[in-house]
Write a protein of this length. Structure first.
Length: 255
């Protein structure tokens, strides 16, 4: 059965200075409120990692807090920006994630960090090194649509446990990528991301330079088709929780 995940951004820790602890706790409570609404409708959560390079609470830290509150059957995937960490640091993070009973890590390059220097390590190389160490946690990669064949082959050859797509712009692009993965005859899960088209998410759309025009007027049918043809579905709605929740409720009652 196709699983449904929901993407959540950990709270930012800077806003013209360090955000006070009481305010940070308020933001965490808001996340707990959302997950209480989601836990009986979704199979798990994916936490991003310092989106757009802005420092946020660690995805592993937040994941561990959620694991303490909810059943081990509720899955948690955490993003790790490889541009922020050397291999030694990522090995530490991976083992800590296993200790905290996180289910999976998505290794992403990430946007340029706001502070410090970028560490130029390919996500595929990092995944290969982690696989050599035989960690038990699932390790994921992502890939752009219309990606160069050689780049995609390199990612698939590194043997990730799955590919988590960026937001899907059209069914045509979705099937193209799915076919490319299937052609490689790889037993790789595909977690397909649907970005909620709403007025509240419009600013986020501009930041990631995404075009939702293909499906903005038929979100449910678009999502249902992807749901029926993928391993898992990831709902992304960074600034409009209610619209994301509404879609998930409809999916659960009709598919």
């Amino acid at each position: 059965m196709t699983k449904i995940y929901y993407e959540i951004n950990p709270p930012a820790i800077l806003n013209n200075g360090v955000i006070p602890i009481n305010e940070l706790n308020n933001r965490l409570n808001n996340i707990y409120f959302k997950i209480n609404k989601l836990k009986n409708l979704t199979d798990g959560i994916q936490f991003t990692d310092s989106a757009l390079g802005n420092p946020r609470l660690s995805s592993i830290n937040l994941g561990s807090k959620i694991r303490e509150k909810y059943s081990s059957k509720y899955e948690i995937i955490c993003n790790i920006r490889t541009c922020d960490h050397n291999l030694n640091s990522i090995i530490q993070i991976t083992r800590e994630a296993e200790l905290r009973k996180i289910n999976g890590l998505l290794l992403i390059w990430g946007d340029t960090p706001k502070f410090g220097v970028t560490i130029k390590t390919k996500t595929t190389n990092t995944l290969i090194e982690l696989k050599k160490l035989e960690f038990e946690i699932k390790l994921y990669l992502t890939t752009a649509f219309n990606v160069d064949e050689k780049i995609l082959e390199s990612k698939l050859d590194s043997n990730p446990d799955g590919i988590i797509t960026p937001p899907i712009p059209s069914l045509e692009e979705f099937y193209k990528l799915k076919d490319k993965i299937n052609e490689r005859d790889k037993k790789i899960d595909m977690i397909s991301t649907v970005f909620i088209p709403s007025e509240k998410n419009f600013k986020a759309l501009k930041l990631i330079k995404f075009d939702w025009s293909e499906y903005q007027d038929n979100l449910y049918d678009f999502t249902k088709e992807i749901f029926n043809n993928t391993s898992s579905l990831l709902i992304s709605s960074p600034n409009d929780f209610q619209e994301g929740l509404k879609l998930i409720r409809r999916m659960r009652t009709s598919v």
